[in-house]
Ligand binder design. Structure first.
Ligand SMILES: [Mn+2]
Length: 304
């Protein structure tokens, strides 16, 4: 009799555990800064499904610089993410569609943006290009009663340096100042971050999937960074930061095959985890390939 009672208790406990895992716990993958690197994204999506992720939040910069923007877009659309916000690279598409690029001849980074966006446009349909260009800046989602605020750099702008890891505390407090969300989630810096606002709410950056960088090179080279949140009943039970290795050589081969512009900078970044798209490097590439003139022609044609 006593023995049966123990077995019954064990069964109830197991049943409770199963119900909790199946129904109440939600695992959410944070996807940021894929930058057209489908090899890295594929490795992450495989890892995430092996870890039984329930949903996805997409934090922007899914396209641009890597060779396969359309594959990245399609793979993520197929996951039907709970939220998807615009990054500064998608915002460049918006500026191109709205004919906002003028007097850019002295701006090396603007030339880079035009050239790489035109590369993307060859692989994306007009509708896809325009869909990416019109994503929202900020989204708030509630998952298992926990409210999350999602954006690329800040809730009001998807560019700039306000949220670099070494930024002052006031900048991070600002991210949730006008919100009742308990967690802020962003990308853009390509660097992993976990910190708090002054009133104890959490700020999370999962790092970059396609172009991971770090001042500690060994922490970023040939790795795709993402994170998984585990949420249950208003609580963030866990935030797991993950580094997934992927086949960098085959990604570089694809970049060469598709003749991705600035391939040299792309390759070196993937191999070393060092940020390569500096003003000086971009200037050299622009001059070597006569990209200023090409960019001017593309703006004049206005065929996005
Ligand atoms: Mn980015």
């Amino acid at each position: 009799m006593k023995y049966d009672w123990i077995i019954l208790n064990k069964k109830i406990f197991l049943l409770f555990k199963i119900i909790k895992e199946v129904i109440i716990l939600k695992k959410i993958a944070l996807i940021a800064d894929v930058h057209g690197n489908y090899t890295a994204l594929q490795a992450v999506l495989t890892d995430a499904s092996q870890r039984k992720v329930d949903d996805y939040l997409v934090l922007g910069d899914i396209v641009n610089r890597g060779p396969a923007p359309e594959k990245c877009l399609h793979a993520l659309q197929a996951k039907h993410p709970a939220a998807w916000v615009i990054g500064n690279h998608e915002q460049v598409y918006q500026s191109l569609l709205q004919q906002k690029f003028q007097n850019f001849a002295d701006n090396e980074k603007a030339i880079l943006a035009i050239i790489t966006s035109e590369f993307d446009r060859r692989y994306l349909t007009h509708n896809e290009f325009s869909w990416l260009a019109n994503l929202p800046l900020c989204q708030e989602v509630t998952i298992e009663k926990l409210k999350l605020r999602i954006f690329h750099a800040t809730p009001t702008s998807c560019r700039g340096h306000l949220t670099v890891p070494t930024a002052p505390q006031a900048n991070f407090d600002e991210l949730l100042a006008a919100s009742t969300a308990q967690v802020a989630i962003y990308g853009h810096t390509h660097q992993v971050l976990l910190r708090q606002t002054s009133d104890g709410r959490l700020i999370i950056n999962p790092g970059s999937i396609g172009l991971a960088v770090s001042k500690q090179q060994s922490l970023a080279a040939a790795q795709a960074k993402y994170a998984i949140l585990t949420i249950a009943d208003r609580q963030l039970l866990d935030c797991q930061f993950l580094s997934v290795p992927y086949d960098v050589d085959s990604e570089i081969k694809l970049a060469e095959k598709r003749r991705v512009p600035f391939a040299r900078l792309y390759t070196f970044l993937l191999q070393t985890g060092t940020f390569t798209y500096t003003e000086t490097n971009v200037h050299k590439e622009n001059a070597a390939h006569n990209y200023r003139q090409t960019a001017q022609q593309l703006i004049a044609q206005n065929n996005w």
